[in-house]
Ligand binder design. Structure first.
Ligand SMILES: *Cc1c(COP(=O)(O)O)cnc(C)c1O
Length: 405
């Protein structure tokens, strides 16, 4: 996991080029400093590694398959492998990170876990590992999101977590994040804050990227077995905060022959005002404790993003990805709601795999790019579509109505 000579990984000060850092209230300096001083020691500790590997294997079900999608490949005239994070326990990649962070919290002697959640997926992944470890769990969630994502609230409650509504602002993710930070400020000594993506103050983006890098570690081994090579021509993933993408590309960043294409959520269209395409629409600002691209008004008010996918409508983006886009290491394409929906139905009908709507944005890239027959493309299916069935059914009904007219 070492990266001494990499231009794309975090520097000693916690920056990726001009993005990153740790912009936090004074009272949290001690907590963040402890984490900065210890996270690499813990992650590289043989005992941590043994526990992490064992849980990833026996609890999460890793390695996740690298599946050659033959009918999808034929459709796009190249060789497409799907990295099946949708087959993990709890249905997405998020569990890789929450397992890693709860083990880190235990190493640091913390007793109480807090988290923020938007759509509820990270809240469920956190409540799951807290149940597993028998730890107290408090999840902050915007009141609006609690109403929209009621099934996830019920899951968290069944898992034993306390879900606390955030009732400021629009009562969505950024308000839940503010509440979580406020809680942490009041309880810095016994509480550990599990952040759900490659966002937040340093060292969170690097820590989460390393915990998710199991994805690219496995891709390397699996490609060697299946293709006799260790790197693909293309890597494709969707980006909300950036954790499944960071995990997918981590071990390939310094290999210039591997092209990286990331999908951000275009919503109704980048120009419509209803979008979550942070790379295209964002300007430099501070969000969630780090300097990155942010969707904000001219006077710095954070703008409410929109996407059909609850997991991608985040008004910021991880500093890693802001940097990779700025220096041209990654190409970032906005995929609109309708393009993602079409891609989700295409994968379902061609391969019998119903993807999460987030993952469908990554699939939407395939139609926007031309590939050579010899190209090997690895695309990460970040999660399964069970949670999105209502949206998919609504879309089918709408199509059926239009066809009848
Ligand atoms: C949360 C989520 C995402 C977006 O988060 P990243 O940190 O950008 O990976 C993507 N796909 C699924 C299935 C999710 O649940």
């Amino acid at each position: 996991m070492d990266n001494v000579n990499s231009t794309f990984k975090v520097d000693k000060r916690g920056y990726y080029g001009e993005f990153g850092g740790a912009y936090i209230p004074e009272i949290l300096h001690g907590c963040i400093q402890t984490l900065q001083d210890n996270y690499l020691k813990v992650i590289n500790d043989p005992q941590f590694k043994a526990s992490f590997d064992q849980l990833l294997r026996d609890y999460v079900g890793r390695p996740s398959p690298l599946y050659l999608a033959k009918r999808l490949s034929a459709q796009y005239g190249c060789k497409i492998y799907l990295k099946r994070e949708d087959l993990n326990h709890t249905g997405a990649h998020k569990i890789n990170n929450t397992i890693g962070q709860i083990l880190i919290a235990q190493h640091l002697g913390k007793k109480r876990i807090i988290a923020e959640t938007g759509a509820g997926q990270h809240g469920v992944a956190t409540a799951t590992v807290c149940a597993l470890m028998g730890m107290e769990c408090i999840v902050y969630m915007g009141k609006t999101d609690m109403e929209r994502q009621h099934a996830n609230v019920q899951k968290m409650q069944m898992l034993g977590a306390t879900v606390r509504p955030a009732i400021s602002g629009n009562m969505t993710l950024k308000d839940a994040t503010n509440e979580a930070i406020r809680d942490w400020c009041c309880n810095p000594s016994d509480t550990y804050y599990i952040i759900g993506s490659t966002v937040g103050p340093h060292p969170y983006p690097d820590m989460v990227a390393r915990l998710q890098s199991i994805i690219s570690e496995e891709i390397k081994k699996q490609l060697l077995e299946k293709e006799g090579c260790t790197s693909p021509d293309y890597l494709i993933a969707c980006v909300g905060g950036g954790s499944n993408a960071a995990g997918t590309i981590y071990h390939f960043l310094d290999d210039a022959a591997v092209k990286i294409i990331l999908a951000e959520a275009g919503g109704m269209g980048v120009e419509t005002g209803l979008s979550a395409a942070t790379i295209q629409l964002g300007t430099t600002g501070i969000i969630h404790g780090s300097r990155t691209l942010v969707m904000q008004s001219e006077d710095g008010q954070i703008e409410e993003p929109y996407s059909i996918s609850a997991g991608l409508d985040y008004p910021g983006i991880g500093p890693i990805h802001a940097h990779l886009a700025q220096v041209g290491r990654a190409e970032v394409i906005a995929i609109n709601d309708d393009e993602a929906m079409a891609a989700a139905f295409e994968l379902t009908r061609l391969e019998g795999i119903i993807p999460a709507i987030e993952s469908a944005h990554a699939l939407g890239i395939l139609a926007k790019h031309t590939f050579k027959p010899s190209d090997i493309v690895v695309l990460t299916v970040s999660g399964r579509g069970d949670k999105d069935m209502e949206t998919y059914i609504e879309h089918m009904n709408k199509d059926a109505k239009q066809a009848a007219q």
